[in-house]
Design a protein around this ligand. Structure first.
Ligand code: HEM
Ligand code: HEM
Length: 194
């Protein structure tokens, strides 16, 4: 029997995309928009709820193995890479609301320009840009895994479920080279997953 993420994990994973997309689309274009007190309060409430949901998600998900649905044991170095991407996504998802809340705090203290608020706004924008890149890598990696038919995709995605590992000769060859590469890296760094 293949392992699958729980229904709650799937609801959190897919439901969160709606919240994230909304947060990105409703973004503020200019600091001066925060002169509108109603908007400032709304932003603070939204950022607090967003932060709380990210933290709940992190603590709930941390009990599950990475590549939970994989049919074959995954090289430790490959797991390490995936975990690093996941952790970096969480870092961005926490930085976005925290820097947003700091911006709101500074603005409320009448610190509306200068190097302090500029650097926090810079960090806020950086967290957003890095999150786009990491999510793009994550989605490409998930699609690649689906093409290989490893079982990881089906553990989280309800569509286009895998039936068995691919029989495609070229994909099998690439997969073989990839496994060798990760095992070699593991040898170099003597990395062992716990
Ligand atoms: C806003 C967009 C997304 C974010 C922030 C995100 C984030 C994450 C994170 C952090 C995990 C690790 C488990 C967890 O802690 O929840 C995960 C797992 C997963 N995601 Fe996403 N994801 C996004 C979109 C997608 C999309 C569009 C796909 C598929 C096309 C996808 C496929 C998967 C799969 C297959 C797993 C399971 C990996 C495993 O079991 O190790 N994700 N996602
Ligand atoms: C989870 C909550 C939030 C998300 C997802 C979010 C998202 C974004 C994004 C994507 C940008 C554009 C960054 C760029 O152009 O590189 C942005 C800019 C900005 N956000 Fe947020 N934001 C959030 C919360 C907040 C809060 C609470 C405040 C302050 C009340 C805030 C104030 C700003 C400001 C001032 C800018 C920059 C405007 C400028 O460039 O002058 N954000 N936000």
């Amino acid at each position: 029997m293949e392992k699958s993420h729980t229904n709650l994990a799937k609801i959190i994973h897919w439901g969160f995309i709606i919240l994230y997309t909304y947060g990105i689309l409703k973004q503020i274009d200019d600091l001066s928009q925060l002169e509108d007190i109603g908007l400032l309060i709304f932003e603070v409430i939204f950022a607090s709820v967003f932060l709380l949901i990210v933290l709940i998600r992190y603590f709930y998900m941390s009990r599950f193995e990475t590549f939970l649905g994989a049919h074959e044991p995954v090289p430790a170095m490959h797991k390490f890479l995936a975990k690093t991407i996941h952790s970096s996504m969480y870092l961005c998802l926490v930085l976005l609301p925290i820097t947003g809340l700091i911006i709101a705090g500074l603005f409320a203290q009448e610190i509306k320009d200068g190097p302090l608020i500029d650097s926090v706004v810079g960090l806020h924008g950086f967290a957003a840009d890095l999150s786009y890149l990491l999510i793009a890598i994550h989605v490409v990696a998930a699609l690649y895994s689906r093409i290989k038919g490893e079982g990881v995709w089906s553990s989280m995605v309800p569509l286009w479920k895998e039936k068995e590992p691919t029989n495609h000769e070229i994909i099998k060859k690439i997969s073989f080279i990839e496994r060798g590469f990760f095992e070699k890296l593991e040898g170099i760094f003597s990395y062992k997953d716990k």
